[in-house]
Design a protein around this ligand. Structure first.
Ligand code: C2E
Ligand code: MG
Ligand code: MG
Length: 757
């Protein structure tokens, strides 16, 4: 706005200045016109005096004298006509021949000049006469006691003697009101005439600027243009007498109306322009502002969105807990703080045991709800300043901070596990989950986030390895074990190609007749250097690395090959149980593989039995149940291995497409001595019977155990008491002994299962 105001005033000033210039020019022209009118009047006086000087009557009068001439030649009327106030005739010697002057007080209006006037006039006339008697051809102004007088002189010559001058004729014309009126008429401007005194001071009142102008002769110019009032511009010209002395000031005025109109117009035009400009500027500014505001708003919105996005990217949508990204961002800061405070920090890496079973059996929706409930329980089981993060799947990380020492971490882990001792209620269903926990402590177990997370992960791995549901602190040995484990995994991959794997078979007996009713195929790994690695060590590794699928295929094929070989050798055949992993259900359509192999090798698929662990059976996913049913449809039987160690509810069993339960050897081992174990076995026998399932006891090592099992009504069993797992070659003998028997022992198939829904 200041800019606009500045522009307005300067534009107005520039235009006003130009108008003032125009106005001053007009005033100057006006006074020049007045001056020219005066000059014209003086020229006219010149011309008149010259005319009269050529008049013969005047010549004769001066030369010879004629007393009536003056009265008849210069009448008041004739002098009024030529605007002459004084007539003065001087002869060649300078003597006054005659003179007369206007005098309104006298009858006839004419009289004589006073002596003072005559003397003054005479002094001027000499100035009009050039040396040699020639007249200065111009009228001049002179100061007279009566006022300013224009005088003009001409030599008196007769029309017949133009060269001979007999004297001088002088006409005088006062600058009185009549003359001023004529000048006004001629110049078309109001004219004021101000006589000055001898010292140049005005005899009438004049504007201060004019008196200053007159009083300052040094800088005095003969023209002054001066604003008189807002509406009038005065212009003054100094008139000098014949001697060059200031005599009078002739003034004129011009109206400043044009300027006023001009100024007003300028003001309006400039104001309009400026207003337009201001409107444009305001519009532009508001547009810019608005666009600035909307840009700022858009920027704010964008930042908000970024922040929201950031929050989203750092938060787990399912549980509302911070996620791995947040952990990665925050952990370095927490570590620096711990360093500063000299406090400890612990990373507790949690993994829910058998969580997959919940997902598979109850569906992913339920799994999600369980995870949210777990998150909530974790959150309340640790301090508010501790960080609880879901890193993915069923994995959580708790960062316990501000710990005085590493010892408190143990109680934190125990507190967390104790929190999970109470089952969770999810949508009215009671679910038990237990976490395995791996712990690393800063600064002992690592100096940076990656190292600490890796070590907590290794500790978790160890916790899982040690039977789950426990917590483990990281130790450097774990690292070594992990390395060893990884080495084992690498070696196992090679083992398949290097023919380091083989199979042994352990016979299963009818506990009443002690006849071999089936064989269980058990895998063996003897490395190239002859080291024996038990399946309990490498099968979990194979399961974790997916190698189990390849190994399972290998086992299945070799069992089939073995059966077809024995078949070719016409040995009495018994079914062979194959242990299969859950992964084999996930990856391969097992039934079609089995059917294909049976057909290819010409064996009966019913000779293949399949052992699955309790947890696999309990998963209850449609896919797995379908796969089991498909196997049974081929005539194969399904056995639940290590029964009793899992967490399944017995009521579940009736929905499963299974034929046999294999009681875990842990119960068999202690049943003779431990009444509880005996009770469990009795209960299992009862369940199996009520569900029409065949019962097999594992790990029978003594006659007492056999006796006990027989009494409880367990039908079949296997164990070192009868035979350890033996090579295929050794199995030949076992099978050979069956030859000649009246009939092959019948493995009772008691139950006709309905497909599960
Ligand atoms: P499992 O299926 O329960 O196999 C029985 C295990 O008990 C065998 O151990 C066997 O040698 C052992 N055993 C048999 N009788 C006795 C006894 O009287 N006392 C004791 N202490 N042990 C006895 P093994 O061969 O070391 O196999 C261990 C586990 O490895 C198996 O347990 C099975 O779960 C798994 N496994 C073995 N072979 C395979 C296979 O080909 N595939 C899969 N997926 N798992 C296999
Ligand atoms: Mg088994
Ligand atoms: Mg077993």
């Amino acid at each position: 706005m200041a800019l606009i105001a500045g522009a307005f005033y300067s534009a107005r000033a520039v235009l006003s200045h130009s108008f003032a210039g125009i106005e001053a020019d007009e005033a100057r022209q006006s006074i020049e016109r007045a001056q020219q009118a005066l000059q014209a009047d003086l020229h006219q006086l010149d011309a008149v005096v010259e005319d009269y000087a050529l008049w013969d009557d005047v010549y004769h009068f001066v030369e010879r004298g004629n007393p009536e001439f003056m009265a008849s030649g210069f009448t008041r009327r004739s002098l009024d006509n030529i605007h002459v106030d004084i007539v003065w005739l001087i002869d060649r010697t300078g003597r006054t021949v005659a003179q007369l002057a206007m005098n309104n007080t006298l009858p006839g209006g004419l009289g004589q000049l006073g002596p003072a006037t005559s003397a003054r006039l005479l002094s001027y006339v000499s100035l009009l006469t050039r040396p040699g008697g020639r007249m200065v051809p111009r009228a001049h102004l002179v100061r007279m006691p009566e006022g300013a007088l224009a005088i003009a002189a001409a030599p008196i010559v007769g029309s017949s003697q133009p060269e001979t001058s007999v004297g001088t004729l002088v006409f005088g014309r006062y600058l009185h009101a009549g003359l001023i009126a004529r000048l006004e008429e001629t110049s078309q401007a109001p004219i004021r005439f101000t006589l000055l005194d001898e010292r140049g001071k005005p005899l009438l009142s004049v504007p201060q600027a004019v008196s200053d102008w007159l009083a300052n002769p040094g800088k005095r110019a003969d023209l002054l243009v001066q604003a008189q009032d807002p509406a009038t511009l005065g212009c003054h010209a100094l008139l000098r007498d014949i001697k060059g002395h200031p005599l009078a000031v002739i003034s004129t005025t011009v109206s400043r109306g044009a300027l006023q109109i001009g100024k007003r117009t300028i003001t309006w035009v400039v104001a309009t322009l400026m207003a337009g400009f201001a409107v444009v500027v305001v519009l532009l500014v508001s547009l810019l502002n608005r666009s600035g505001r909307s840009r700022a708003a858009a920027q704010r919105q964008w930042l908000d969105q970024q922040r929201k996005l950031l929050r989203l990217t750092r938060r787990d949508a399912l549980t509302g807990l911070p996620n791995r990204v947040h952990l990665q961002r925050l952990l370095p800061r927490l570590l620096s703080r711990a360093t500063r405070d000299g406090s400890r920090l612990a990373l507790l890496y949690l993994d829910l045991d058998h969580f997959k079973n919940v997902n598979d059996s109850l569906g992913h929706g339920m799994g999600d709800k369980l995870l949210a409930a777990v998150a909530q329980r974790l959150r309340i089981s640790v301090a508010a300043h501790d960080l609880v993060v879901r890193t993915g799947g069923d994995e959580f990380v708790i960062v316990a901070t501000m710990l005085p020492d590493a010892a408190v971490v143990n109680s934190i882990a125990e507190r967390i596990r104790a929190a999970f001792a109470v089952p969770l209620d999810v949508d009215g269903i009671t679910l038990s989950v237990a976490p395995s926990i791996g712990i690393s402590v800063y600064p002992e177990d690592g100096s940076d986030p990656e190292q600490l997370l890796k070590h907590a992960d290794i500790a978790l791995y160890t916790a899982k390895d040690r039977g789950r549901g426990n917590h483990q602190f990281y130790t450097p040995e774990m690292n070594a074990r992990l390395r060893e484990r990884l080495g084992l995994e690498r070696a196992l991959r090679l083992a398949l190609d290097n023919n380091e794997l083989s199979l042994e078979y352990q016979p299963c007996f009818d506990l009443q007749t002690l006849r071999t009713v089936s064989l269980e195929a058990l895998i063996r790994w003897r490395t190239a250097d002859g080291t024996y690695i038990p399946p309990s060590r490498f099968i979990p590794i194979a399961e974790q690395s997916n190698l189990i699928v390849e190994i399972g295929d290998w086992v299945l094929r070799h069992v089939c090959l073995q059966l077809s070989e024995w078949q070719r050798e016409r040995l009495p055949l018994v079914p062979v149980s194959v242990n299969i992993s859950v992964r084999q259900f996930e990856k391969t359509p097992l039934a079609s593989v089995v059917a294909g192999l049976a057909q290819e090798l010409g064996i009966d698929a019913s000779l293949l039995h399949f052992e699955i662990t309790e947890s696999v059976a309990m998963q209850n996913s449609q896919q797995q149940l379908g796969a089991l049913q498909a196997l049974r449809n081929l005539g194969s039987r399904i056995l639940i291995d290590d029964f009793g160690t899992g967490y399944s509810s017995l009521s579940y069993l009736k929905h499963l497409p299974i034929d046999t339960l294999k009681i875990d050897r842990a119960f068999v081992r202690d049943m003779a001595a431990d009444a509880n174990d005996a009770a469990i076995v009795r209960a299992i026998v009862g369940v199996a019977k009520s569900l029409g399932l065949l019962l097999v006891a594992e790990g029978i090592e003594s006659a007492e155990q056999l006796d006990c099992l027989r009494k409880l009504g367990c039908e079949c069993g296997q164990g070192f008491y009868f035979s350890p797992p033996v090579s295929a070659h050794a199995c030949r003998n076992i099978l050979w002994q069956l030859r000649g028997a009246r009939s092959l022992p019948e493995v009772p198939r008691l139950r006709l299962l309905q497909p599960t829904s």
